[in-house]
Each structure stands twice: as C-alpha cells, then as structure tokens.
Design a binder for this molecule. Structure first.
Ligand SMILES: *Cc1c(COP(=O)(O)O)cnc(C)c1O
Length: 477
C-alpha cells in the first residue's frame, strides 16, 4: 500500500455493463428484465452519494455485490404478503389470524374447485341452470331440522340480507341487552339502519321481560329478533326471555322470530367436555323462524353466513337483489360441503374437524410439548430472559363463549432485568413477529406467553427450525 499512486476516484459502472454480468442474467431469468433493471437503478441511486463522497469501497459496486442487493430487494417484493404464522395467542378462533382452520377434506375440495370446472350452478339431472345453494341445502336441512337454507359471504351479510328482505321500512324488535357490537364494526343498530329497518328497542340493558316484547308488537312490526351475546356476558340482576317464549309471543301476533346465533354450532359441544352452546337445531326447535350463523366460528368451516329456517322466508330472502351481491363463491361452497358432511358422523368430529381437535386437545399434550421446548427456547432467547413451562388458559375466540376457558399449557418468557421488562418484551415480541413464519404470542403481567394449544405435533419441527434465527435476531440487540 505504501507509495501507491493516488487512488482513482471510484465511479459507478454503467447499468448496461452491470446487467451483462452473469449474476444479473440469472436475476433477469427469475424476475424479468424490467424489474431487474429498475431495481438495479434504485440500488445504484442509493449508493451514488457515498460513491461521490469517496466513502464507498470498490467491492460495494462490483456486479456480484450489486446483484446480491437487487436479489434481496426482489425476493422481499415477491414474498407473499399473506403469510403462515404460528398462532400461539391462546385464542383458537382468532379473527385477525383467519379464524377456523379447515380440515383436509375441505382443502382438497377447494383445490379441485380452483383447478377444475364444476357444477356450481348447473343441474346435472336436467342439464339446466342450477342453484348454488342446492350444493349444501340438503345437508343444512338435515343438520339443523330447518326447512330450507341459503349461504352468503358471512354472518354480518346474513343479518343484513335477512333484515332488508323481510323488514325494510318496517320495525324490528330487539332487547336492549342484545344490541351487540362484534369486533370490526358490526353493530346491530347500524346494520339495522343500513338494511332500511327501524329498530325498536325493548327492555333495559340488564333486564327484558316477556311483556316488553308483547307490548312492542304492532302492525308495523316485521320481525322480532334475538341476538346472541357473543362476546360479553350479562350477569348479576338480569333477565332475558328465552327463544321459545319469544317465539310464542311473536307467533301469537303472526310475526316471525329471527335469531342471530353468531357462532352457531351444529352439535352439542358438552359431549366433549366443552361448555354447552345453543345449537342451531335447538334454536329452530324452540320456534325460531330463521337462524343466522357464521361458517368460520365454532362450525369450523370457511368464512360464510348461513341462514336456515322457514321455506317461504328463505325464498323471499333469495329473491332479494342483495343476495346476489352477498353470495358466496365456489371456493367457499367447496370448503363448506365437506365440513358439513363431517357432522353427519359426530363420532369422528374431534379428530377430523380441526377446530374441535384443537378445542379438545388434552392439557397433557401441551404440557409435554412445553417441557420439551423449554430448553431449546431458553437457548434461543439467551441470558436476557428466562423460559418456563406453565399452565395457561386458552380461549375459544371469535366471540364464542367469551367467559369460558380451556386449560392449556405454554411457555412463559420473562425478561431478567425487571426494570426494563417492557422494552425487552417489546423486542422479543417484534423478533418473534419478524421470523419467516411469524410467531404470535401475547403479553400479560410482564411475561410473553406462548400457548401451545394450536401448535400441533406436525408444526413443531417448523417451529424449532426457526429458533436459530430468533437467537441471531436477539443477539443483535
Ligand atoms: C360473529 C357474529 C356476527 C358476525 O359474523 P361474521 O361471520 O363475522 O360476519 C354477527 N352476529 C353475532 C351475534 C356474532 O357473534
């Protein structure tokens, strides 16, 4: 280096010359010429100030180094935005993480529907036009005891459509204790207004009596509606009127009863040790003329809104123009049909219906997993944190059975430095979220909890495979 001639000032190479380097020819094959060229220009523009200021090195502007940067940027751009994550939040039906996971039978049906023409609206018996609802109509009738059924995009759509078809410019009676807001801006009074129906509130927040309903019914009344208190519980000095009694009151005046059951299950969950939740069949049997419920909550199927009940009312709903706007696509129906069929053989449900399998996982399973994962996770998070296996409680989620919990087991990660616990937990949470398959836990009591209920045995290798990356990320703090 001594007595060298003064270094030539560095200059960025010409774009065309860089593009002819082998590394860039490979990039152009993977990502196309235009994107590769544009991205290279961006990388060189970003380097230019350092080059001009004499702060760049010769290596930095070599084609191989430029290609590595361009590839990293293009890889990131082409990575899917919708990523698989590990749901270790302890909430099984997590709305923000996509709610129900579907069983294999549904996955295969969706793949087929995606890649093959199908009789979505084609009557194979006559060769004429069919009705997409017919694909699941018989199944839903059999499973609920209802006369007819129709399917729309989600339960919010089911409620909107039902109200618009049956109660536009008329009155709908609802108890004040049931004017719910479901996360993501579904509020009964707002949906009612959008549907063009007039809400008539009866009773009080904590108490509604039979006579409140009876006195509110007039010739302007289109429906009496009951709404499941999905995500809250009214306790203490309370009174509500059951479906059967409200149905009697409504029917005596010739008015139908519509029940928004929210989650809506098709089987009695208490047979597997879970809390009892009113089934759709029970609600129909109690006298509801229509019941609406979600496909992707307790039912364990795809996002959908199901409306079952009286044939004449379903027919009216199906004639409403909104039905066309809110209808489901073939992927939804492809997934829904096999899920519903699982319910014909309830004995196999806890194994085959993914959501029920997760709800009924024995605590000992999660405990064994927690014990096995404690040491590897401790190694990954390093000496700044302690990791312990601990008992936790999972929730069903999506507003189903909000006060009930399921005994589970998980990993509790606590910062050693308690004074800076908040910061350390924030770092840890961010590092977990930044993994190729993000890990989502939850923070409570200065601890980051990873509930293992939704980490099934087949997911464990993918989970542990990422631990070295977590260690690297945390070591850089
Ligand atoms: C969840 C829920 C809805 C909304 O259902 P989506 O399928 O999410 O549209 C409506 N009403 C009740 C009572 C609910 O619990």
């Amino acid at each position: 280096m001594s007595a060298a001639a003064p270094a030539q000032p560095l200059r960025l190479p010409a774009v065309d010359r860089v593009l002819s380097a082998p590394a860039f020819r490979a990039l152009a094959v993977d990502y196309g010429t235009r994107l590769t060229t544009d991205t290279l220009r961006g990388v060189m523009d970003a380097l230019r100030p350092a080059v001009v200021a004499g702060q760049a090195t010769a290596e930095q502007i070599e084609p191989a180094a430029l290609a590595a940067q361009v590839r990293a940027q293009l890889d990131a751009r082409f990575a899917p935005r919708l990523k698989a994550v590990f749901n270790l939040t302890g909430t099984v039906l997590h709305t923000n993480l996509g709610r129900a996971l579907l069983p294999d039978a549904a996955v295969q049906a969706v793949v087929q529907a995606l890649t093959t023409p199908a009789n979505l609206e084609f009557d194979l018996a006559t060769g004429g036009r069919g009705d997409r609802d017919d694909l699941v109509n018989d199944l839903l009738r059999e499973l609920t005891g209802a006369e007819a059924a129709t399917v729309v995009n989600n339960n919010a759509a089911a409620v909107l459509l039902t109200l618009n078809a049956l109660a536009a410019r008329k009155e709908v009676i609802v108890s004040r204790g049931e004017l719910v807001e479901i996360g993501g801006a579904f509020r009964i009074p707002d949906i009612m207004a959008r549907a063009g129906a007039k809400l008539v509130e009866v009773g009080t927040t904590n108490r509604t009596h039979a006579k409140d309903y009876a006195e509110a019914i007039t010739e302007r009344t289109a429906l009496v509606m009951k709404v499941h208190c999905s995500n809250y519980a009214v306790t203490g000095f309370t009174k509500s009127v059951g479906e059967a009694e409200v149905a009697q009151i409504a029917h005596a005046r010739g008015v139908p009863l519509v029940v928004d059951l929210g989650s809506g299950t098709l089987v009695d969950l208490s047979q597997w040790g879970l809390p009892h939740e009113a089934t759709v069949r029970e609600t129909i049997a109690a006298g509801a003329d229509l019941v609406t419920f979600s496909g992707d909550k307790l039912l364990g199927g795809p996002q959908a809104g199901l409306i079952v009940g009286r044939k004449d009312l379903i027919a009216k709903i199906k004639k409403n123009p909104l039905k066309r706007a809110l209808r489901v696509g073939k992927l939804t129906l492809a997934a829904l049909e096999p899920v519903l069929r699982l319910y014909l053989r309830p004995e196999q449900l806890p194994e085959q219906l993914t959501t029920l399998r997760l709800f009924t996982r024995p605590q000992a399973d999660m405990r064994a997993q927690a014990d096995a994962l404690t040491a590897p996770l401790q190694a990954a998070v390093g000496t700044g944190y302690t990791v312990h296996a601990d008992a936790v409680f999972s929730q069903i989620g999506s507003g189903a059975l909000p006060v009930e919990t399921l005994p589970s087991y998980g990993l509790a990660i606590r910062p050693v430095n308690v004074k800076r616990a908040g910061r350390a937990l924030g770092h840890l949470e961010a590092a977990l979220r930044a993994l190729p398959r993000p890990v989502i836990g939850h923070i409570a009591n200065d601890t980051l909890w990873l509930d293992l209920r939704c980490l099934e045995a087949r997911d464990v290798p993918a989970f542990t495979a990422q631990l070295p990356l977590l260690a690297e990320a945390l070591a850089q703090e």
